[in-house]
Write a protein that binds this ligand. Sequence first.
Ligand code: ZN
Length: 228
Amino acid sequence: MVHEGFGMKAVVLLSGGLDSTVTLAQAIADGREVVALSFRYGQRHCRELESAEAVCKTYGVRHVVMDMDMTSFKSALTRKDIDVPEDRAGDLSSDIPVTYVPARNIIFLSAAAGLAESVGAESIYIGANAVDYSGYPDCRPEFFKAFEEMLSKGTKTGVEGRPVRIVTPILHSTKADIVRLGKALGAPLGLTWSCYNGGDKACGRCDSCRLRLKGFEEAGCADEIGYR
Ligand code: ZN
């Protein structure tokens, strides 16, 4: 599917993970001139930022890395004293896990909106997903709709009648759909990093690794990254 009509330039939020990398690949396939935006927000490890950089190099797109210290927020992704759950039992999508970073997408999208206005981008692509992580309140369709509405009221481009649009190409995709789309678009999935833990190899046990592995398995293809 091609996302038409939002102009040619786009800011893509890129964590360096599978979802955001496939989203970037979709933006390129949509014909967008991409500026990728990543954050050094005090995440547990910077491994994913290396992946983000490698993905940007592959596509030859500009990569902006913003510093935003979120270590005072209560989340297993920003605080070393809260453990990342491993081998968690039951339905991974049923509750809000400790890996939720309070208001993260609100903050990231706000920064992306500022960058979009600054570089003249008409849209922001975000690889949010409401299927596997239905527990994350800032990944829900109504949140993105409300955010667009806010941008139309509170930004220069918004009041001038050209509000920045939010594009969520994989919002309703399963992990297997995302893997298949990435393969179809030729995205460098082997460069991506999804594990909540750092290190040389992914742990294979955190929620993110388990969802990723399940996605590759269901899509019927091998995950090129190494696991411990
Ligand atoms: Zn992991």
